[in-house]
Write a protein that binds this ligand. Structure first.
Ligand code: AMP
Length: 383
């Protein structure tokens, strides 16, 4: 992409592949700045579709339809990274895809992602490819136990993941489909997990919101706290790694790097997401620009925005489980100071499904985390 390319200005149509909550929050940011949004996915009445100008239902494999969609927009971005490569390639014939298909290709497969990181010299836990029982045994003898076995493709939020303590558990975990590509990863006894969400513009401009601390429950993000309670040197190092990764991949858009911080104070990259990330949702409420504002500016070739954080913030996810006993008690949560509610317009509250999130703003991160969790707890109270 040439640096001289003129920016895509307000009033233009932006295409979003995928139609979940990330697309919804992107579409809200885009419409706020006067853009129009078309979203493409196999579903209808989606979180993104509900706020977009047009919702185009179609399969990602229906390349004629994908081409028609791309012909109708000025730029294509995506909100989930499991878009098939031919879909991105087809769209790219008619409109720029940002970040490009190469970034998608690298990051949608754990083995490709880890191999890229290793080759480029970024720190990460030891890993080995597993596509057979033999490779599993070789991997275990090289990496040791406990270890984590993950499917290489289409895995997120802990799906397709198991921690194995002995060889038998490993063999059981792959018994049903030993050939399915997997990655065996050293188990990291981390002190905490952090992430850096950052944006890179078409001219290489870089912006970030510092280090964010993340706590997971059942492998799903539960609580994010910003800024992370880590030494400034660690936060700086994490940001520099994120910058380096975005440079190497030539990302135009937003990317999140998730890290383990080991007990020895070492940062290891866990995984990359080439899009806004759950751990960056607090930026909507507590920063001068959100990760979605930046995605918009980056993919449109506009200058990136000020990322300064106005106050400490904490974000907690609202999963479908909260609906088990009926509608959550919204007034009880909203009665707490500094609480902002975001719901994604999903009709069916299945257990484990991300239905929304709460952000709490406070004077300290401890207070923000306490309020965010108290607000979520209040949702369970009978009205
Ligand atoms: P992932 O889908 O790879 O981001 O994994 C989801 C969560 O599982 C991570 O955020 C960690 O809490 C945990 N996890 C994943 N890989 C490892 C590992 N190698 N060692 C320890 N915990 C892990």
């Amino acid at each position: 992409m040439s640096q001289k390319e003129s920016p895509i200005l307000p009033g233009s149509v932006i295409g979003v592949l995928g139609s979940g909550q990330l697309g919804r929050m992107f579409a809200i940011a885009a419409r706020q700045m006067g853009y129009r949004v078309h979203t493409y996915s196999p579903e209808s009445d989606t979180p993104t579709g509900q706020v977009a100008d047009r919702e185009i239902p179609g399969d990602y494999e229906d390349l004629d339809k994908v081409a028609e969609f791309a012909r109708g927009v000025k730029v294509v971005t995506f909100e989930f990274e499991n878009i098939p490569a031919p879909t991105a390639r087809t769209a790219a014939k008619y409109a720029p895809v940002r970040p490009d298909g190469e970034v998608l290709h690298t990051t949608q497969h754990r083995l490709r992602e880890k191999s890229f990181l290793k080759q480029a010299g970024f720190p990460l836990a030891a890993f080995a490819p597993v596509t057979s029982r033999e490779e599993l045994l070789t991997g275990i003898s090289r990496i040791g136990l406990p270890a984590v076995l993950k499917t290489a493709a289409f895995g997120y939020d802990g799906k397709g993941q198991s921690t194995i303590a002995n060889i038998e558990q490993g063999l059981n975990a792959i018994a049903k489909s030993p050939q399915t590509p997997r990655v065996l990863e050293a188990f990291v006894d981390f002190e905490r997990e952090i992430s850096v969400v950052a944006a890179r513009g078409m001219n290489g401009e870089f912006a970030h919101w510092g280090a964010i601390e993340n706590q997971h429950k059942n492998h799903v993000l539960d609580l994010s706290i910003a800024p992370a309670n880590v030494p400034a040197t660690i936060a700086k190092e994490a940001v520099e790694i994120a910058r380096g990764i975005m440079e190497s991949l030539k990302v135009v858009g937003v990317l999140c790097v998730e890290f383990f911080l080991t007990r020895g104070g070492k940062l290891l990259v866990n995984e990359l997401a080439p899009r806004p990330h759950n751990s960056g949702h607090w930026t909507i409420d507590a920063a001068a620009s959100s990760q979605f504002d930046q995605q918009l500016r980056a993919v449109c070739g506009l200058p990136l925005a000020d990322t300064r954080q106005f106050c400490p913030a904490a974000m907690t996810n609202l999963l479908g489980d909260l609906w088990t006993n009926g509608e959550p008690n919204w007034p009880a949560a909203l009665a707490l100071p500094g609480v902002k509610l975001h719901l994604y317009g999903k009709i069916e509250p299945r257990p484990g499904r991300k239905m929304g999130h709460l952000t709490a703003l406070a004077d300290t991160t401890e207070e923000a985390a306490r309020i965010a969790l108290a607000a979520r707890e209040a949702l369970r109270k009978n009205a």
